[in-house]
Design a protein around this ligand. Sequence first.
Ligand code: ATP
Ligand code: MG
Length: 268
Amino acid sequence: MKAKLKSRVIGQDHVFDPLERYVLIGEKGLAPPNEPKGAFLFTGPTGTGKTETAKALSETLNCILLRFDMSEYQDDKKFLEDLCHMLDTHTSGIILLDEIEKGSMKIFDYFLQILSEARITFQRKTYDLSGFYIIMTSNIGSKNIMGQDNFTVARKIVERLIQSHFRPEFLGRIRRDCQICFKPLDYDALKQIVKQKVEMEIIRLQEKGYSLSYSESILPFLMNEGINPEFGARPIVQTTQKHIAMALVCASQTAGILTVNNSQLTLA
Ligand SMILES: Nc1ncnc2c1ncn2[C@@H]1O[C@H](COP(=O)(O)OP(=O)(O)OP(=O)(O)O)[C@@H](O)[C@H]1O
Ligand SMILES: [Mg+2]
């Protein structure tokens, strides 16, 4: 499992030991009774693989991922309604609560109950969440660690801000080793990500009838076009998809080698 996740989420190897440990416990039915199968808090800079890790885990476990963008929930009742609506049709999987700090503070009362009892009641019906992993993400502190090359220092800064933002009874319900700070992606990691995204895009486009390969020269080109470490890998992903799409739009054939020509990607 770890190897699969590592090949999908680059430069975040420290995440997968605790993740695998608690997922194995969860999968063997050894999590504490009346608790979710596992609960994780992912922190750290934007675009570094927090949501991607949740997606990769759901694919590895072959289970559903129920994602809630908490910035859309200023109304706690609406969140409860949407969550329970999902729980009407799903009894296991991963619940991803993205950017938890952006939702209504009242929602934390539900989180407390979910994390400690794996239960939630809505309209007189009680739902059991003990078949779910709960993954929460937060961007708190990510601006404060911009340009901080020492990850130990960066992680400490994030931890301190997380502790001053969230109530102790909330953080106390998530094991310390399940509160994981993602690393800012360095140049080497971004280089590997460009290659990974090109190869993923080629596979995706196969299903649309394209038969593509690529010249290594497109990798530094895409890297140059997309690099903006402030936003992690996101600009690289967008640039890669945009340039490959443009090359295909301009090509008359559906098979060939992606190369760089006159500062743009072309299909030769
Ligand atoms: N470490 C990584 N390895 C491979 N791809 C990555 C990595 N980090 C980010 N990406 C890619 O960048 C895009 C954004 O990543 P993701 O959604 O995981 O960011 P995030 O950490 O959740 O950021 P945010 O805090 O803004 O939600 C995705 O397309 C993902 O595939
Ligand atoms: Mg995210």
